[in-house]
Design a protein around this ligand. Structure first.
Ligand code: C2O
Ligand code: CU
Length: 396
């Protein structure tokens, strides 16, 4: 899409169960947001629903089903809204969509007690490891990690030519995997976080949580065929892989065993590196919420302030207020927390999804209540979402 164009999508549901589409990150009018039970009824089998909104502002977004665990059946995609004026800042662009692949019907995870992830599968098994310790919760039995729908044996190829600036739009609509992404032979200059422009920052690696997007520029100054890898952060498994290939390069594949330096070391993007290119004025909050994230040990619920959605009341706000969310993570897993319908300010950047690190990690964000309706706020690990880590934000 181009910024300012009207997007009109008719969804005809040919599934045997209800579904919706959510336009992740786009601040659409509330009735177009695709959240079952909040903004619409699920589209019943055989029925249709029309989503209709103006594509604005430009940026890298996602679209996906917002019903149950349908994300882990592949109902995901990248949504790109191009700048109104084509940017001179790059010569070509590619999209890298990261995913985790389940070969069976997804179901809720048994979270009680200290259990481990499954230990079999083509990847040699994904084990729930973190900092060398076993996590107190299962991970889904994924059989592989995907780049643009491809397993590492059949990687997508992103072409370039010497001297070109390539815009790589990296997104993670996966069910339950956070990735560390790096490109061999090249630094990444991060230009956008969740679609919002930032002052460029050069890094060797970045962490992309479920629901997050980063746009980076690669300077094509190192001919060859280079691996782009996305290694999972919380489990042990083979990375998703793509190839960054110069058109005139003799090799079509990277050397066997080549791994980008940024997978194991180098400079990793930190949240405080992100600085919006828009001058953000100072906000002082009119309303605050302290939100404690927990779960995974003794219970199969994942909760906010001890309560699992939908068995928890809405967080009420008023139009025009500046609202502050202060989150602290009491659990051993990270949580990519996503707010619908708004961009929030975290540090000096604008985002719509932010990773709250495990083991007492803290993140605070502010947003301006400027888009009335009933909005969802939740962890974008779909298993945590299904197990209750969500709240309704309600304008009253
Ligand atoms: Cu991708 Cu409720 O969101
Ligand atoms: Cu979570």
């Amino acid at each position: 899409m181009r910024e300012g164009e009207r997007l009109r999508v008719t969804v005809r549901n040919e599934l045997p169960e209800g579904t919706t589409i959510h336009w992740h990150g786009v601040p659409v009018p509330n009735p177009m947001d695709g959240v079952p039970g909040l903004t619409q009824d699920p589209i019943a089998p055989g029925e249709s629903f029309v989503y209709d909104f103006v594509a604005d502002p430009a940026g890298s977004y996602l679209y996906h089903s917002h019903v149950g665990l349908q994300i882990d059946r592949g109902l995901i995609g990248a949504l790109v809204i191009e700048e109104r004026e084509p940017e001179a800042a790059y010569d070509r662009e590619h999209s890298l969509v990261l995913d985790d692949y389940l070969s069976q019907v997804p179901g809720p995870l048994e979270g009680r007690g200290l259990t481990m992830g499954p230990t079999r599968g083509p990847m040699g098994g994904m084990r729930g490891m973190m900092g060398g310790r076993m996590m107190g919760a299962q991970v889904p039995p994924y059989v592989g990690l995907l780049a643009n729908g491809k397993l590492p044996g059949d990687p997508p190829v992103f072409e370039t030519r010497r001297g070109e600036r390539v815009r790589l739009r990296i997104s993670n609509p996966s069910g339950a995997t956070t990735f560390r992404v790096a490109v061999a032979g090249h630094r990444m200059s991060v230009t956008h976080a969740d679609g919002r422009p930032v002052v460029p920052v050069a890094v060797d690696a970045l962490h992309v949580g479920m629901g997050e997007r980063y746009d980076v520029i690669l300077e094509s100054d190192n001919p060859g065929a280079w691996p782009i890898m996305a290694a999972p952060l919380e489990v042990t498994a083979s990375p998703a892989e793509a190839i960054f290939r110069y058109a005139d390069s003799a090799s079509t594949r990277p050397e066997a065993g080549a791994v980008p330096d940024g997978i194991r070391g180098g400079r990793v993007l930190e949240l405080h590196d992100l600085r919006s290119t828009q001058g953000l004025d100072v906000l002082s909050p009119d309303r605050r919420f302290d939100l404690s994230l927990s779960g995974g040990m003794m219970s199969s619920d994942w909760t906010i302030n001890g309560r699992a959605y939908p068995g928890a009341g809405a967080l009420d706000i008023h139009e025009g207020e500046v609202v502050r969310f202060r989150m602290v993570n009491h659990s051993m897993m990270l949580h990519p927390m996503h707010l619908h319908g708004h961009f929030f300010r975290v540090g000096r950047a604008l985002k719509d999804t932010v990773i709250v690190p495990p083991h007492m990690g803290r993140v605070t964000f502010d947003f301006v209540a400027d888009n009335p309706g009933r909005w969802f706020f939740h962890c974008h690990n779909i298993y945590h979402l299904e197990a209750g880590m969500a709240r309704e934000i309600r304008y009253v």
